[in-house]
Write a protein that binds this ligand. Structure first.
Ligand code: NAG
Ligand code: NAG
Length: 352
């Protein structure tokens, strides 16, 4: 009996040594930009592990300049995930019951800046455990363009090119011929897995539709090109036609531009003339006050101002008007002196 108890104790000691353990294996995950990465971290705990459960995920960014960052923490039955701005709102525990032994996380909408080593640390004293996962984020090939570089003439040399706009290396290429016996000309077979195919001494056998498929570990993209190998004379004809057409179009454009320009100049001239006439007209703004129109007509130097400015100007002049002006006012035949003085009084200015 005593022996058995001793044995159990030994087992207990042994348990402490390998009590809490993380069962998910260390590994590497590769995902495409924009996808979700599932980072597994499942653990088992021993009977000795009675302390509070703490889970911490750290990120060592691929950029060596950056230090390790806590990205999510579970402690005291609470989840804290507002540590690392680059991952804000994109890290979540996948299990709703972490105590059941699942500390896995999902990182959503993956970005290239998420590349790095993620470390899951689980602590339930005296048990501790941790594991690392390397995350790689790759960009799928996209925006791939196929085109012929050179002139597609019999006897000529030219290139067929397949260029993705973006995509993480390494990229694999595969050319296929879709029409005309669906076989790549034998001369091209050696190049069917490269970005550029070089055609030498072309024949009409090369004509047809070609498809290029670009792929990397996370995705693929395709493009298609139509190749028409034609006799050189034919080419010359089409080129001459194109040149003549272009020249005609250029002439037409020149005529249009000339006409527009001329018209605009005429309009501009008309506007200027019209503007000059308007400037000579005395500012029409006057309310019922006859005094304002009087001042306006006397200050001919204000003629160069626009009517809208004139309004403000005549107002200030009106307020600062010297007393001599009022003495002269009655000389105007259209303004009876009595009415004129009356207007000033109602406006609150004392006439001397
Ligand atoms: C975690 O991401 C995986 C896909 O990688 C998805 O199947 C799973 O439903 C996600 N879990 C949660 C809780 O969002
Ligand atoms: C091109 O091909 C034609 C037949 O297809 C051949 O007669 C000619 O010699 C070739 N020219 C060169 C430069 O290889």
């Amino acid at each position: 009996m005593a022996l058995l108890r001793c044995f159990l104790l030994l087992c207990g000691v042994a348990d402490v040594a390998r009590s809490l353990s993380i069962t998910s294996p260390d590994h590497m995950i590769e995902k495409a930009k924009g996808e979700t990465a599932y980072l597994p971290c499942k653990f088992t705990q021993g009977p000795e592990d009675q302390g509070p459960l703490d889970i911490e995920w750290l990120l060592s960014p691929a950029d060596n300049q950056k230090v390790d960052q806590v990205i999510i923490l579970y402690s005291g039955d609470k989840i804290y995930d507002d540590y690392y701005p680059d991952l804000k709102g994109r890290v979540h525990f996948t299990s709703s019951d972490l105590k059941a032994g699942d500390a896995s996380i999902n990182v959503t909408n993956l970005q290239l800046s998420d590349i790095g080593t993620y470390q899951c640390k689980v602590k339930k004293a005296p048990g501790v455990g941790n594991k690392k996962i390397q995350l790689k984020v790759l960009v799928k090939p996209s925006g791939t363009r196929c085109y012929v570089d050179g002139s597609e003439e019999i006897g000529n040399d030219f290139k067929l090119k397949c260029e993705p706009k973006e995509g993480s290396l390494p990229l694999n290429y595969e050319w296929q011929k879709m029409t005309n016996s669906q076989k790549l000309p034998t001369a091209l077979i050696s190049e069917m897995a490269s970005s550029v195919i070089t055609v030498k001494n072309a024949t009409t056998d090369y004509s047809g539709t070609y498809k290029c498929t670009v792929s990397n570990r996370v995705g693929s993209d395709q493009c298609v090109l139509r190749l028409d190998v034609v006799p050189p004379s034919n080419r010359a004809g089409t080129i001459a036609g194109a040149i003549i057409g272009t020249l005609l179009a250029l002439m037409l454009i020149c005529v249009i531009i000339f006409c527009c320009h001329k018209k605009r100049r005429e309009e501009k001239y008309e506007k200027e003339v019209h503007h000059d006439i308007r400037e000579d007209v005395p500012p029409p703004k006057s309310r019922t006050s006859t005094a304002r129109s009087y001042i306006g007509s006397n200050h001919s130097s204000l003629g160069s101002m626009s009517p809208s400015n004139m309004e403000g100007y005549s107002k200030t002049q009106y307020n600062q008007v010297p007393s001599e002006d009022f003495e002269r006012a009655p000389q105007s035949p259209t303004l009876p002196p009595a009415k004129f003085k009356y207007t000033y009084k109602t406006d609150g200015i004392t006439v001397v």
